[in-house]
Design a binder for this molecule. Structure first.
Ligand SMILES: N[C@@H](CCC[C@H](N)C(=O)O)C(=O)O
Length: 287
């Protein structure tokens, strides 16, 4: 198949955005997705985002999210920021606040700033309310009731015990807090082992976080289906939720990721992330 795409990123978390409203391109072949996302043999990206039309007055568009390993994700915070920027850039609608259907439900991004010349935008996204249930966890701990928080559960990897906090932002996150410098940890190796641990039958994203102060967290993310990325929107949101429930930070905090900073605020409406998205280039690929 041959198709047009736009390469975009949110703090270095990069995506191939495809307007699939009319083309009916099929992204159901995992190997094809892996090849397109491969950084040497393909375009290179953490994932592919499809924009689809939807016949429902509640939504403007439907979004399908593919990880670079070919798996499908329910949600992607930075991806949604890129999608909102793309929709503005190519005038798919006049609206500055959008209603998008994802596998995780309705997501509402808002274009706060837009600079066509710089190919840049600041997008805020309400990711909805976090879920702190244990439905995705393959354990039945007597001390945890079905609807209770999954905070500070224990996991043993290579002889070291890790306390993780399970937070769903539509997709699963195991958030771990450290006192030491997270860059000094062998976090990519630990992350890939936790991602595939049988405790998480649907696999999980893994957050390595450390508190800088009451309003700032440093974060590295090992993403399910994509590996180490430069930023993760839902990961940053899940981390602020877990950190504030553990009384580490306030509900409004800056998350410092390898690719840049994301502002996160958890209020009664849901968890908001706000940061820059960039359009990098347009291309045509033949796969
Ligand atoms: N980078 C994303 C999350 C993408 C999906 C994730 N890998 C998963 O499988 O859940 C973000 O910005 O949220």
């Amino acid at each position: 198949m041959e198709f047009k795409f736009t390469k975009m990123h949110g703090l270095g978390n990069d995506f191939i955005v495809v307007d699939n409203r009319e083309n009916n391109l099929e992204f159901d072949d995992k190997d094809k997705i892996k090849n397109i996302c491969n950084r040497r043999f393909g375009v290179g990206a953490d994932g592919i985002l499809e924009i689809l039309s939807i016949d429902d007055p509640d939504y403007d568009f439907e979004i399908i999210i593919h990880n670079s390993d070919g798996s499908e994700a329910e949600m992607c915070g930075n991806g949604i920021r890129c999608i909102a920027h793309y929709i503005k850039e190519y005038n798919l609608t006049e609206k500055m606040k959008l209603s998008l259907k994802t596998k995780a439900g309705k997501i509402i991004p808002e274009i706060m700033e837009y600079n066509k010349d710089q190919k840049s935008a600041i997008i805020s996204v309400n990711l909805g309310k976090p879920e702190l249930k244990n439905e995705n966890l393959a354990i039945d701990l007597p001390e945890i009731k079905k609807d209770s928080y999954i905070l500070n559960q224990k996991l043993l990897i290579d002889g070291r015990e890790y306390k993780f906090n399970m937070v769903s932002m539509g997709n699963p996150h195991a958030v771990i807090f450290f006192n030491e410098d997270i860059d000094e940890l062998n976090w990519k190796d630990i992350g890939s082992k936790i991602e595939k641990n049988p405790l998480f039958p649907e696999k999980t994203n893994v957050e390595f976080a450390t508190k800088i102060n009451n309003n700032k967290i440093k974060l590295n993310v090992w993403e399910r289906g994509a590996g180490a990325t430069l930023a993760c929107g839902t990961g940053a949101a899940a981390t602020v939720v877990a950190a504030s429930l553990n009384n580490l930070v306030d509900r409004k905090a800056l998350v410092e990721l390898p690719g840049g900073n994301l502002q996160v605020e958890w209020n009664d409406d849901g968890v908001y992330i706000k940061g820059e998205s960039r359009l990098v280039f347009n291309g045509i690929i033949n796969v």
